[in-house]
Design a protein around this ligand. Structure first.
Ligand code: PNS
Length: 164
């Protein structure tokens, strides 16, 4: 049985992430979507909120599990018996950063392979930062995020805009 980890900040999950999750779920027996800490980012949502949003967005996909972990990705993967890390790749700009992370993770654990799935063409531009930026400036984010969690994201955008 092959288990893959799809790690990320997911702050919040977008339709681009969901597309990668669905496609990874067809390739692997089990996919664990792991909300991890990116020390470079200041998240809007707590790990618990992000896992909650992911659970709602992935309801009905049988072989997908959601988890949060505050530590090294390779340690989480070992704990779960995973053999692969799945990452979505949008454009050339993602490559250097993703390549560095893949090589770091392989250096830390050479039994783990990173598998890149290219983003769908319609999601090439999309990121969690774009959702937050467009939302904060009053733009329509309804096609950027899964319908089931749109209202929760809009509520956080409203709260953040009141902090400005
Ligand atoms: O969605 P992101 O922010 O690009 O995801 C990056 C993430 C969270 C997967 C990465 O920062 C990570 O793996 N964090 C856990 C800590 C870790 O293992 N760091 C070493 C690998 S670079």
């Amino acid at each position: 049985m092959t288990t893959a980890i799809y790690p990320g900040s997911f702050d919040p999950v977008t339709v681009g992430h969901l597309d990668i999750i669905k496609r990874a779920a067809k390739l692997f027996d089990n996919v664990i979507v792991a909300v991890l800490v990116n020390m470079e980012k200041k998240p809007w949502f707590t790990i618990e909120e992000r896992t909650g949003l992911l659970k709602k967005a992935t309801q009905g996909i049988d072989n997908v599990e959601i988890a949060g972990f505050d530590g090294l990705l390779v340690d989480f993967a070992a704990q779960k018996g995973a053999s692969a890390i799945v990452k979505g790749l949008r454009a050339v700009s993602d490559f250097e950063y993703e390549f560095q992370m893949a090589l770091t993770n392989r250096k830390l654990d050479d039994t783990l392979e990173t598998v890149f799935l290219t983003s769908s063409a319609e999601n090439m531009f999309l990121s969690s930062s774009i959702v937050k930026q467009v939302g904060l400036l009053g733009g329509d984010i309804s096609t950027f995020v899964p319908e089931e969690i749109k209202d929760e994201i809009l509520l956080r955008i409203k709260q953040r805009s009141q902090m400005k």
